[in-house]
Design a protein around this ligand. Structure first.
Ligand SMILES: Nc1nc2c(ncn2[C@@H]2O[C@H](COP(=O)(O)OP(=O)(O)O)[C@@H](O)[C@H]2O)c(=O)[nH]1
Ligand SMILES: [Mg+2]
Length: 188
C-alpha cells in the first residue's frame, strides 16, 4: 500500500461551465446528472478511492470544487493554494468561459509551489465540457488543444451530461498521481 497516496485535485473555471456536474457524474459513475443549476458556494470537497485494473495500490483523490465567482474575489485561494493536480474547465458553447480560462490559468500559475524540489501542481489538464450541445458549440477541438498546448496542459473534452470523456480525465489524473506516489516512495 502506498503511504503518500492522497492527492488534492483542484477544479476551477467560470460559473456554469459544469465543474460540479462533471464531478457528480464521475462520483456517481454516470448515474447522476442534474439539469438544474445550483451555484456552488465556496469550496466543496469530496473524496474517492481509485483502484486500478493493472496494479494493486489504490490512490485517493481529494477533489476541491471551487466556486466560479472566485476569479475576481480570490477569497478562497487559501484552499486551493497548494494543489497537487489541477483541472481547468470551460464550456464549448461559451466563448467567455474560454477567455476566462486564460485568466484562471494565469492565476493558478501564481499558485505554483515547490516541495522537496519538485514543482507542483504535478499534473494539469483542461476539460472542454458540454460537447453534447453540438448545435451551440462554438469552440472547436483545435482551439482547445491550442490553448492546452500553450500552457503545456493535457486536453480532454466531453460532456458531464452524457458521461463522455469524464472517466478519461480522472483515469489520467489517477495514473499520474499513482506513478508520482511510487516515485516519492522509492526516494524515501
Ligand atoms: N448540456 C449540458 N449541460 C451541462 C453539462 N454540464 C453541466 N451542465 C449544466 O450546466 C449548468 C451548470 O452546471 P454546474 O455543474 O453547476 O456548473 P459549475 O458552476 O461550473 O459548477 C447546470 O444546469 C448543468 O445541468 C453538459 O455536459 N452538457
Ligand atoms: Mg459548481
Amino acid at each position: 500500500m502506498l503511504k503518500n497516496n492522497v492527492g488534492k485535485l483542484v477544479i476551477v473555471g467560470d460559473s456554469t461551465v459544469g465543474k460540479t456536474a462533471l464531478l457528480q457524474t464521475f462520483l456517481s459513475s454516470g448515474l447522476e446528472f442534474s439539469e438544474k443549476y445550483n451555484l456552488t458556494m465556496g469550496v466543496v470537497a469530496s473524496i474517492k478511492e481509485i483502484y486500478f485494473a493493472n496494479h494493486n495500490d489504490p490512490v485517493i483523490l481529494l477533489f476541491y470544487d471551487c466556486t466560479g465567482l472566485d476569479l475576481y474575489h480570490g477569497t478562497l485561494s487559501k484552499y486551493w493554494k497548494t494543489p497537487d493536480m489541477l483541472l481547468a474547465v470551460y464550456d464549448v458553447s461559451s466563448a467567455s468561459s474560454l477567455n476566462h480560462l486564460n485568466e484562471w490559468i494565469e492565476l493558478i500559475k501564481t499558485t505554483k509551489w515547490t516541495k522537496n524540489e519538485v514543482q507542483y501542481p504535478i499534473s494539469c489538464a483542461i476539460f472542454a465540457n458540454k460537447t453534447d450541445l453540438i448545435e451551440r458549440r462554438i469552440i472547436t477541438t483545435e482551439k482547445g488543444k491550442e490553448i492546452a498546448g500553450k500552457y503545456q496542459m493535457q486536453y480532454f473534452e466531453g460532456s458531464a451530461k452524457t458521461n463522455d470523456g469524464i472517466n478519461e480525465i480522472f483515469h489520467w489524473f489517477s495514473e499520474k498521481w499513482h506513478d508520482y506516489s511510487i516515485k516519492v516512495e522509492l526516494n524515501y
